[in-house]
Design a protein around this ligand. Structure first.
Ligand SMILES: [Zn+2]
Length: 462
């Protein structure tokens, strides 16, 4: 026997099927559309099923249960019934889907579970925007079937046919999309060894959208055998995900934890011997690393005006121009190769007889770091290159051929067009590249950085 569960108190579902009235008099149900959806879901024509009502308002989904399967079918809003332009992108289906995900994910049935999506008013322009198509692709990436995908024209079906294979692929697609849609809230993602670090307040226009996106990305990360560190950057004293995932919607916190997403809140002060059992040493280290990388992004990847001044966002933090890590010395941007490299090493900082808070401040200080590729990181680590003030020196421990090699891989970006667009290059460094000497750009070089570079130099020249 097939059983269909309908929520009574969800306004949209009520408007589609007349659930409030039908819960008192089942003959009042709008059965034609329900038959259509269930037939699409089960793959052949069905009109004989039992209807049960749930006193639920959250979650714009219905549940279809057969002997062997249980399906959560989310229904979109219907913009054709709303006068004017319709609604925002995420109000179509994205903000409804997290509730279905939570119910689906936490349900303990032994039947085969799946999630599906039924779209209303697919001929409305707002159902066909590039942004909406991006969400359809995200849904399909986690196996959410769109029951009436055939309602769309071929081109849209083609655009959404291929699921995302990796987070990098998603990141690129999002970048292409956001250049057309500037309303996206700032968030950035960095690949770091066997993990990804996500920074931001939310990862979409609102918290619900963020939960959907995180769910998809966490699934992608699992496939890549990577974990996600979610580092929520405080914005005007509030942390959206922290508050929405812990108090209002605690289920999401559990789901994200199950999916190996580790959450860090920006504002939580962090002290030694903290009696918080949740924080393992490994997580403390990765949190510190996440913070260090965030600070490097603010220093080296921020937007600047024509005069080279940092552009700040409304939240008082630098606007990130681009979350691609690039080697400071050669501009290599192969993400797996780029390391957040410390100038004054962590292992040396740890040996200092100073309070823990001061050590930690040094460990996350952007002036104490550079993005370096694997080659430059090792050259720097072993002292085969070091800095005399802001000028790079190649160690005499290398022979002439080796020195030439280092010279050739340092600042050898020959593509002028790329160079024009790199955020860290100013007129000064451009001209420096001609005489082959490498200088740290004056906008990046300061007393504080000088102090760290001297410590490095003294260590390697010893
Ligand atoms: Zn490099």
């Amino acid at each position: 026997m097939i059983k269909v569960y309908l929520p009574i108190n969800n306004n949209n579902i009520d408007s589609y099927f007349n659930t409030k009235e039908a819960s008192r008099d089942i003959t009042k149900i709008n059965k034609a559309e329900l038959d259509k959806i269930i037939s699409l879901s089960l793959g052949s024509k069905f009109s004989d099923y039992e209807i049960a009502f749930e006193k639920r308002s959250h979650g714009q989904y219905i549940i279809v249960e057969t002997d062997s399967e249980k399906k959560w079918i989310t229904l979109s809003a219907d913009y054709t019934t709303v006068p004017g332009d319709g609604g925002s992108n995420n109000a179509y289906f994205v903000e409804f889907i997290p509730m279905a995900i939570a119910s689906y994910y936490l349900d303990k049935t032994s039947k085969a579970k799946s999630m599906e999506l039924y779209l209303k008013g697919t001929n409305h322009n707002r159902a066909k925007t590039k942004g909406q198509q991006f969400y359809y692709r995200l849904a399909k990436t986690v196996g959410i079937k769109i029951l009436n995908e055939f309602d769309f024209e071929t081109e849209i079906r083609k655009n959404i046919s291929i699921p995302f294979k990796s987070i990098e692929e998603w990141k690129k697609a999002r970048k292409d999309l956001s250049s057309a849609n500037r309303s996206n809230k700032p968030s950035y993602i960095i690949e770091n060894g066997d993990s990804y670090i996500f920074y931001g307040k939310t990862f979409g226009a609102n918290g619900r959208e963020s939960i959907f996106i995180l769910y998809v990305l966490a699934n992608l990360a699992l496939k890549e055998n990577k974990r996600i560190f979610l580092y929520e950057v405080e914005d005007n004293g509030s942390l959206y995900l922290e508050s929405s995932s812990s108090s209002r919607e605690p289920r999401f916190k559990k789901i994200l934890k199950d999916l190996n997403v580790v959450y860090y809140a920006d504002s939580i002060k962090y002290v030694e011997n903290e009696e918080d059992e949740d924080i393992s040493d490994e997580n403390k280290d990765s949190r510190c690393q996440a913070e260090f990388m965030k600070n490097l992004l603010y220093k080296y990847n921020c937007k600047r005006d024509d005069k080279g001044n940092v552009i700040f966002g409304k939240n008082g933090k630098p606007v990130i121009a681009d979350d691609t890590k690039r080697c400071y010395l050669c501009h290599c941007d192969i993400q797996n190769l780029i390391i957040a490299s410390h100038i004054h090493r962590i292992c040396d900082i740890n040996k200092l007889e100073i309070p823990f808070e001061e050590k930690r401040a040094m460990a996350v200080d952007a002036d104490n770091g550079l993005w370096l590729c694997a080659n430059h990181d090792k050259l720097f680590e072993y002292g085969l290159i070091y800095f005399e003030n802001n000028k790079m020196i190649i160690s005499n421990r290398l022979n002439d051929m080796q020195k030439d090699f280092v010279q050739n891989i340092t600042f050898n970006t020959s593509n002028e067009e790329i160079k024009e667009n790199l955020p860290m290059i100013t007129e000064k460094t451009k001209s420096c590249s001609l005489d082959k000497d490498f200088y740290i750009d004056e906008k990046d070089y300061n007393e504080n950085m000088h102090k760290y570079l001297e410590i490095h130099k003294n260590r390697v020249l010893k």
